[in-house]
Design a protein around this ligand. Structure first.
Ligand SMILES: O=C(O)CCC(=O)C(=O)O
Length: 271
């Protein structure tokens, strides 16, 4: 029996192949969402996330200085690791990878408090450098996510294009990253409204990001995993070791060298 709640895997795959992204509703139960929220409140209050985050935002007036995203929590927190290896996520990814077992490469947790900047449009494969194939993100909402609190923004169909190396400057008042990928001609940016427990799956070449959280009181918390098909031959060293879904052993593959399609600038970078 499928572990994917109420979802038709074939329909999810059809939409994923067509648009480069799809929302699976209710992937995580409300108990699982509550468990993740409690674990990350604990990590936040322990001060660990400020030591571990990688963005180096230090302006005391910036909400992200006080609520930095947590990078790679599966490496030190058992709840994050267990949810990274969620059975319904595994089953969905295996369908997207045409039956090849997925491996986990990364986790992140964004608190995105009121007033926080968003993340300008980007493509994850530029950073993960998965070869052959692609990485896939599984982004699970902990809160109601809408345009007011900075929901995810996607450009459906953009996964069919190449990685865009010539990026533009992003408005750093609105976004915490400094570059953005322009929207290809004829394509549109679409907001993805989600309920707690819904998971957005997205292809590594999909252009995506999020706007600022303009809501006066609501956080926009999310738990994110990045994955690749087990047939991959290399990935950026920042994402090694990879983790099998049975958690029996970590997997090493060669680290990508040369920075992929966009050259050295991106080598080993994180996103
Ligand atoms: O959560 C966000 O605002 C952006 C996350 C993202 O772009 C990603 O996980 O690749």
């Amino acid at each position: 029996m499928s572990s994917v709640p109420g979802s038709d895997l074939a329909a999810l795959k059809t939409q994923f192949d067509r648009d480069g992204c799809v929302v699976a509703r209710g992937m995580f139960s409300s108990a699982e969402v509550a468990e993740l929220i409690a674990a990350f409140e604990g990590i936040h209050h322990s001060g660990e996330s400020e030591k571990l985050h990688s963005d180096q935002i230090t302006d005391p007036k910036d909400p992200l200085t006080h609520w930095p995203r947590v990078v790679h929590p599966h490496r030190f927190n058992a709840t994050a690791r267990r949810h990274m290896l969620h059975p319904a996520v595994r089953e969905t990814l295996a369908a997207f990878f045409d039956g090849v077992e997925p491996l986990a490469a990364q986790t992140m947790y964004y608190f995105k408090p009121p007033g926080a900047r968003g993340q300008a449009l980007h493509q994850d494969n530029l950073y993960l450098l998965v070869q052959p194939g692609t990485c896939v993100g599984a982004w699970t909402a902990m809160d109601i996510c809408d345009e007011q609190n900075g929901c995810m923004l996607v450009v459906p169909g953009s996964h069919r294009g190449n990685l865009v190396c010539n990026q533009l400057d992003a408005d750093t008042k609105e976004y915490f990253n400094s570059n953005h990928v322009p929207v290809p001609k004829g394509m549109k940016v679409v907001p993805v409204c989600m309920q707690p427990g819904d998971t957005l799956f997205f292809h590594g070449n999909l252009i995506h990001g999020s706007g600022p959280n303009r809501h006066p009181t609501r956080f926009r918390r999310s738990f994110i995993g990045h994955y690749a098909a087990g047939s991959l031959k290399e990935i950026s060293k920042f994402y090694l070791p990879l983790v099998r879904f049975d958690d029996a052993m970590d997997i090493e593959v060669p680290a990508a060298v040369g920075g992929g399609a966009c050259g050295e600038t991106w080598q080993g970078a994180e996103h």
